[in-house]
Design a protein around this ligand. Sequence first.
Ligand code: SAH
Length: 421
Amino acid sequence: MSNHYQKRRNAAHNSSKQLDNTNTLSPDNFQSISNKAEKEYCPVYKKCGGCQLQNLTYDEQLKFKQRKVEKLLKKHCKIEPIIGMKNPYHYRNKVQAAFYTNKSGKIISGVYQSGTHHVVGIDSCQIEDIIADKIIVAVRKLLPSFKMTTYNEDTGKGFLRHILVKRGFATNQIMLVLVTGSPVFPSKNNFVKAILKQFPDITTIVQNINPYRTNLVLGENQKILYGNGYIEDILCGCKFRISPKSFYQINPVQTEVLYGKAIEFANLRGNETVLDTYCGIGTIGIIAAKHGAGKVIGAELNGDAVRDAIVNAKANNLKNIRFFKADAGEFMQEVSSESEKPDIVFMDPPRAGSDQKFLNSLIKMSPKTVVYVSCNPDTLTRDLDYLVQNSNYKVQKIQPVDMFPHTAHVECVVLMSRSEE
Ligand code: SAH
């Protein structure tokens, strides 16, 4: 055994004590006390940068995340033990790949090196869906025979920019989105035939056109090349339609755990009026309606997601539910000045968290229960601080859920209600 490994082993013996004494939280801080052998790391873990916690065993990752949430949020209430995954691999149902042609003309597909636009070539990834990865490799191999070039970010020339694959794990419906720099796709019919021959399970193929010099993957316009332009998936017994540009949780196994906690915290008794804010395709509101909510109103900024949400309500035979395309803060402002007051507000903002317009309206509205689903504990603590300082809401429960194994991200569900005094 090398000295390096010996040191690692010795350090591991004291790991629990050292974990307790860890003052600054960084994955590197845990590195010296990790039980994970370097040979077990993903070969591109440093270059890719997507899985910041690859140097830790899964148990150590969960401890790291628990500690992170405790450090930021324990001032509000006790933190429940994080719920991890049984099998924390290949959980991503949405996979994106970037393309690059090197000097000798070889086409590479993979992910951007962390903080750069340099493509790190990968054919498979420990956290991505295996079928999605296979489709990406197959598309890459087909490109030369169809004379399809790859987009060059420096010159703005070339055709294929990205591929996006979304798969409904419960339905096995598969969507392939080809993001192109220009609308003209000369060999599209033959290309579609060739990829379907290899992957007959693909249910829809969409061309998304993104002609701009931008970091955004998807452009405004798209054309359906095959199928109906969306996929469906099933979560918590409800069916959901997902369009290329709509947000959908990327880890469906843990999403059921997350939503299950959100519904449990809401403690629906039947007939409550519920708001589902930042609702995406309406998942939380629809599941709440199935659990007895009397009336559900959802708000979401992305028009495609709102269209999906409206279809989803119908597909699940729900009549007591309406969705609005609106900024959540403005929507809350409007609802807070109406006479009918909601009983429960679900909020599930993006990483940036909510804003004061939203939070002030929430305070004015004063629902009995607020369930905050957050993918960023930093903005979560900021928003909870604001609510606690400016109202009589108290944080009652905080439940971390590991939605993104091997990455440093951690999701939390928070229950708040008004204190009695
Ligand atoms: N609750 C959904 C979506 C959560 S992701 C689910 O679990 O699937 C956050 C959502 O907020 C995204 O759909 C995003 O489009 C939306 N969003 C971002 N900013 C918003 C804003 N200012 N107002 C309303 N929705 C917003």
